[in-house]
Design a protein. Structure first.
Lengths: 378, 305
């Protein structure tokens, strides 16, 4: 009994000192160098914009570059949790890095708010009470593309994606919603830059449309080569290959392409209008999908900081679950596995002046959660 | 599998091979003549592409952009040779690998610092856009045909230079015995700088040509660099002819493997496993080719001596 009261006193004291170091300390691990840096830079800029706009001086953000390497990300997470003593971790872009960092981090009692990656294990059997995904589950945008393919009346589609876990997730997500026939299904090499062979296959396959998931430079290469090939079947894809940072490099080759996204710069709600305007004023460029996710992640966290003390884990968690913030996407809620329930839109690539961008042309899925909710025992 | 599809894929493979040749030619010259392993060759490719994108963006002229890619990459090559590589000729291969790897990091972050983190725009000119109708009803991209043509012209020029000109004689002599030709009064360090700049310019040209149909971004050179090493190992180190044959072999194997292996396995396996086995095997195909060549010709196809 005596021992127990001493322990209780000690832990109360610990909590007291924790509370004295008031405010919240955030560790951001994201990709700021190398080929994938554009995404990390956007998430960081969106996040920091929200922190600055909140006007709070009790939020401290430590930013580190993971160089897109899982081992580096794990080291940074250990450093941030153990020596920097952060309360909240965020920032990781890539699913393989998230899988390396998140399970260990949340097990140590830190909150993790994902601004981008949403690998299926973390939504299903591996879900955790301290893990929140503020972007999407990896399959979501592809599911939306599948649903859109049905409404667009495509019945014989050619689908391709790189041969790695997110690529198989993408094609499975697409097929989960799509009801027509497949004229072909191809896995390409990860990092492949020449798609002449695949385009020739598409031409020979007799397809009526094409769905592809090729993130980053792969998508740029594919679109430029596709536009030059003389094949003029309609293309659909997830927003990743048609985002603000990428479209300028693709140019006119992407005009008119339909892509699916949970966000677009022309979404007409108060939070989004203000976000787009202030982001442009602050950084001199249009915000991307990733910037909006970084912005929303920060605002979710700020809403929880305002409602609860971060040292009271249960209260802070409940405040996060409430998702009581003005999302740039409009309606936003968490499903029981802490992944978003939200609408997915169909966007079309257009040209405004000499800038290529997107406008919303329809809704693909409404209040959509993900396919793994039932596997999550939380 | 129709014949038309096969011919189209063969053309694609040829175009891919010719592009690899532009990379591999410089690499094999530098390795053969100077005994230097240059991992930063991929960075020179990237420099060519970025220079072309910047100039095309500023002037709108694709030909000027190509000239800029040649000049900038050659200039970067001269600088690198003069300040870094020159100190490495007598050192171990491991030191060379370490130093040129450092150059990759410096060039990548330097480029990101100047041009930012987002991919750049570079497009082919209007007069090379669209497709042409080849005999037998094959519709083929004009730009890819043009790349094949440019690549073959460069190859012919290199053969002429190495085989028929005085500088080519010196390069070949330097490959065999560098002390002897230095003793005969040839300025060997100038020759080395020239060879390095030539290799760099070819890599830069490849970067600009390919940048127009791919994405101009930081780190674009490294995947091509690996393939270029495969090419020179298959072709025989130091041999331009080997680089050309090796490049076209690799290009054809990769393209044809990618397009036909999955359907080949589909003949006797169920579709989903045929797809995954075919895709995995086709990514291995060029390395299998390399193993096959090395088993029978340990020095590569044309790696005589």
């Amino acid at each position: 009994m005596k021992l127990r009261s001493i322990l209780a006193a000690a832990s109360l004291a610990a909590m007291a000192t924790g509370a004295q170091a008031e405010g919240v300390k955030v560790g951001m691990i994201t990709t700021l160098s190398g080929g994938g840096a554009g995404l990390g830079v956007d998430v960081r800029d969106g996040f920091m914009l929200a922190v600055a706009q909140s006007g709070r001086d009790d939020i401290e953000v430590v930013i580190e570059d993971d160089q897109r390497k899982p081992d580096v990300a794990v080291q940074l997470a250990d450093k941030m949790i153990q020596s920097e003593k952060v309360d909240v971790l965020t920032g990781i872009i890539w699913s393989n890095l998230a899988m390396a960092v998140v399970p260990g981090a949340v097990a140590q009692g830190v909150f993790y708010l994902s601004p981008n990656a949403g690998p299926s294990p973390l939504a299903g059997a591996g879900c955790h009470e301290n893990y929140f995904n503020v972007a999407w589950q990896n399959d979501n945008l592809h599911e939306a593309a599948g649903a859109y393919a049905n409404t667009a009346g495509y019945s014989n589609i050619f689908i391709l994606a790189p041969n790695y876990p997110a690529g198989t997730d993408a094609l499975n997500g697409f097929k989960r919603m799509y009801e027509g026939e497949l004229s072909g299904e191809t896995y390409t090499k990860l990092g492949q830059t020449d798609y002449a062979a695949e385009i020739a296959q598409i031409r020979a396959s007799g397809a009526d449309s094409v769905f592809f998931f090729l993130p980053g430079g792969m998508g740029i290469s594919f679109l430029k080569q596709y536009a030059d090939s003389g094949v003029d079947l309609p293309i659909i894809g997830p927003a990743f290959s048609f985002d603000q940072g990428i479209l300028q490099a693709v140019g006119a080759a992407a005009l008119g392409v339909k892509n699916t996204s949970q966000w677009s710069k022309d979404l007409d709600n108060e939070a989004n209008v203000a976000f787009v305007e202030s982001f442009q004023a602050e950084y001199g460029r249009l915000p991307s999908l990733y910037a909006s996710q970084g912005f929303d992640t920060a605002n979710l966290m700020i809403s929880a900081v305002e409602a609860a003390d971060v040292n009271d884990k249960d209260a802070f968690r409940a405040a996060l679950e409430a998702a009581d913030f003005a999302s740039t996407r409009g309606d936003f809620a968490f499903s029981t596995n802490h992944h978003p329930v939200q609408d997915y839109y169909v966007r079309e690539v257009i040209q405004e002046g000499d800038v290529f961008t997107n406008k919303i042309v329809g809704t693909a899925l409404t209040d959509h959660a993900d396919a793994y909710v039932s596997e999550c025992a939380m | 599998m129709s014949l038309i599809l096969f011919i189209e894929q063969a053309l694609n493979g040829l175009q891919y091979g010719v592009m690899l040749f532009l990379m591999a030619a410089g690499l094999t010259l530098v390795f053969g003549v100077m005994g230097l392993i240059n991992l930063a060759h991929g960075s020179l490719y990237m420099i060519g592409a970025f220079a072309a994108a910047a100039v095309a963006g500023a002037t709108g002229s694709f030909l000027l952009a190509l000239v800029a890619s040649l000049v900038c990459a050659a200039f970067a090559g001269v600088l690198v040779e003069f300040f870094v590589i020159r100190r490495l000729y007598d050192r171990d291969h491991l030191d060379q690998v370490l130093a040129t790897f450092a150059l990759i990091l410096i060039f990548s972050e330097g480029t990101r610092w100047i041009f930012g983190s987002f991919p750049l725009f570079l497009d082919k000119p209007d007069w090379l856009s669209g497709t042409v109708m080849l005999p037998f009803g094959i519709e083929y991209s004009l730009y890819r045909l043009w790349i094949i043509l440019v690549g073959l012209l460069v190859a012919a020029g290199l053969f002429w230079m190495i085989g028929r000109t005085r500088i080519g004689i010196r390069i070949r002599a330097g490959e065999n015995d560098r002390e002897m030709i230095a003793a005969l009064g040839v300025n060997i360090s100038l020759l080395y700088t020239f060879v390095f700049a030539l290799g760099a310019a070819l890599a830069g040209l490849a970067g600009a040509l390919i940048g127009a149909i791919q994405s101009v971004q930081v780190g674009m050179g490294e995947p091509v660099l690996i393939l270029a090493f495969v090419v020179i190992v298959i072709g025989g180190i130091g041999s331009i002819k080997g680089a050309l044959v090796g490049a076209i072999l690799v290009g054809l194997t990769d393209t044809l493997g990618r397009s036909f292996l999955p359907s080949f396995f589909g003949l006797f396996l169920e579709p989903s496993s045929a797809m995954s086995i075919g895709a995995s095997l086709s990514s291995m195909s060029i390395y299998l080719l390399m193993i096959g060549v090395l088993l029978f010709r340990p020095k590569g196809l044309f790696g005589g001596i």
